[in-house]
Design a protein around this ligand. Structure first.
Ligand code: ADP
Length: 139
């Protein structure tokens, strides 16, 4: 299986609730190598662009408000089968449906405030990583 990359954010709720360390520990213990990482805050324009695919959805305004209300940890991660394995590690979008032991089951509070993001394809992982990081910030 090929080594590839995914993009993640610890969302504002995960940062506010003090879960940065526990989430990063789970990520690295699951075999992901951190290629890039920073604490940053999205502007309204950033969040609207990042989540543009959802701009017709009823929760779009709420999502943009949430994602911009405080800092996030943005990171690029590398592993064999990174995109699919990371989606498994974080669990379903709604923590009520997330498998036991997944990051969202442990740390998310609602379908909107669900602690972490994980790219849904190799193509989006590359786009999302480039959205947040310059080439010289990737190692
Ligand atoms: P995922 O992040 O699991 O790939 P989606 O791409 O469907 O999920 O949605 C993007 C983000 O939008 C979710 O992670 C969540 O923060 C928010 N979201 C999704 N569905 C809802 C909803 N029904 N109500 C509020 N926020 C939502």
């Amino acid at each position: 299986m090929a080594t590839n990359r995914t993009f993640t954010m610890i969302k504002p709720d995960g940062v506010e609730n003090g879960h940065i360390g526990a989430i990063l520990e789970k990520i690295t213990a699951s075999g992901f190598r951190i290629v890039a990482m920073k604490l940053t805050q999205m502007t309204k324009a950033d969040a609207e662009a990042f989540y543009a695919v959802h701009n017709e959805r009823p929760f779009f305004g709420e999502l943009v408000e949430f994602m911009t209300r405080g800092p996030i940890v943005a990171a690029i991660l590398e592993k064999e089968n990174a995109v699919a394995d990371f989606r498994t590690l974080i669990g379903a979008t709604n923590p009520a449906d997330a498998a036991e032991g997944t990051i969202r089951a442990l740390y998310a509070t609602s379908v909107g405030e669900n602690a972490v993001h994980g790219s849904d394809s190799d193509e989006n992982a590359a786009i999302e990583g480039a959205f947040h990081f310059a080439g010289r910030e990737m190692f």
